[in-house]
Design a protein around this ligand. Structure first.
Ligand SMILES: [Zn+2]
Length: 341
């Protein structure tokens, strides 16, 4: 199984190198050409608004007298109606006891996103980028900021995308994809069986259901404490999008830093002495991780990885009809969800 890091969008987008449980090698990246051009999407151009001529004599040709003055409707009114008419859904966050109200992407937003994704896919394959860690992180950062911007527009109840835990960020993006693209929400994944080329389509709806059904498993481990001394603890929490943005920026400024180690560090959020809890700044977290003993670090690293594995393991499994192999659904390249398949 050949899972290259540079094909791992989670890693790209988040700096996390989670050693995915099982992965599909050689995932089929849907051809960007398949993204419908906005011109192909049926848009009412106004040319077909003529009512069909009725050949029957119409009996009630007198318009009903309207006692109200006819309102003058401006173009802006129409746009407002369209903006408010977008389908929405309510996402129950996994790690927070709050809901996110989400509206669909418009054709224009989707088109811009598709363009960004296309550029990203092209640039990331560039040899100059492959040999330059900083350039790679910059591309990852810019794409994830694009996703943040779209989320911030589509979340209609003022929950900032930066405050979402990474898992909820992915979860909300899955919902956004589902409601924005109608029936075209299949994800093509290739069987990881040796010499098996079977491609299986799985709907995002199904994946969202798997996550929902297993949300208790997913959320049971988020907080981990490291005992420093009697009744003194350092605790870690899953990373938020803002944490990841910080990690990306730090690694761009300072190419010697390891994204993975920095991710561990930043997940250390504070310390507790009995019932007194103190939050830590990013700088303090970075200082603190170097002070851990190697056994404390190893134990914490295991727990951290476990939380990520648990999340990704609950996307679901499928059994290949051709070779019988059981595959886990790997969303590490979840950029695929932004493309049509
Ligand atoms: Zn197979």
């Amino acid at each position: 199984m050949n899972q290259e890091l540079d094909s791992d969008l989670l890693h790209r987008t988040t700096g996390i190198d989670p050693n995915m449980p099982v992965s599909m090698s050689n995932q089929n990246i849907p051809d960007i050409q398949n993204i419908p051009n906005v011109n192909e999407i049926s848009i009412n151009t106004g040319q077909n608004t003529q009512p069909v001529q009725n050949t029957q004599p119409v009996q009630n040709t007198q318009p009903v007298q309207n006692t109200q003055p006819v309102q003058n409707i401006s173009f802006n009114d129409i746009i407002n109606v369209m903006d408010n008419n977008l389908n929405d859904c309510v996402v129950d966050l996994l790690f927070n006891n709050i809901n996110v109200n989400l509206r669909t992407m418009t054709v224009g937003e989707y088109k811009n996103l598709a363009k960004m994704v296309e550029m990203f896919e092209e640039n990331i394959k560039n040899d100059d980028v492959k040999n330059d860690k900083v350039e790679e992180i910059k591309l990852e950062r810019d794409l994830s900021i694009t996703l943040d911007n779209i989320l911030n527009r589509c979340i209609t109840n003022n929950v900032p995308s930066g405050e979402l835990y990474l898992f909820d960020w992915i979860y909300v993006l899955l919902h956004l994809r589902m409601i924005s693209r109608g029936e075209k929400t299949n994800f093509s994944i290739q069987c990881g069986g040796e010499e098996c080329s079977e491609v299986i389509k799985i709907s995002i709806e199904e994946i969202i259901k798997n996550i929902k059904d297993n949300s208790d498993n997913i959320t049971k481990l988020p907080l981990h404490e490291i005992e420093i001394k009697d009744n003194m603890f350092v605790y870690s929490m899953p990373l938020t999008r803002n944490d990841i943005k910080y990690i990306q920026n730090r690694c761009i400024e300072n190419p010697d830093l390891s994204q993975k180690v920095l991710s561990y560090a930043i997940s250390l959020k504070g310390f507790r002495v009995e019932n007194n809890i103190n939050a830590m700044t990013y700088e303090q977290s970075e200082t603190l991780i170097d002070k851990l003993t190697s056994s404390q670090f190893e134990d914490f690293q295991k727990k951290f990885d476990e939380v990520y594995k648990t999340f990704f393991a609950n996307f679901g499994k499928f059994t290949c009809k051709k070779c019988g192999k059981e595959n886990n659904i790997d969303l590490s390249d979840f950029i695929l969800f932004l493309l049509d398949s």
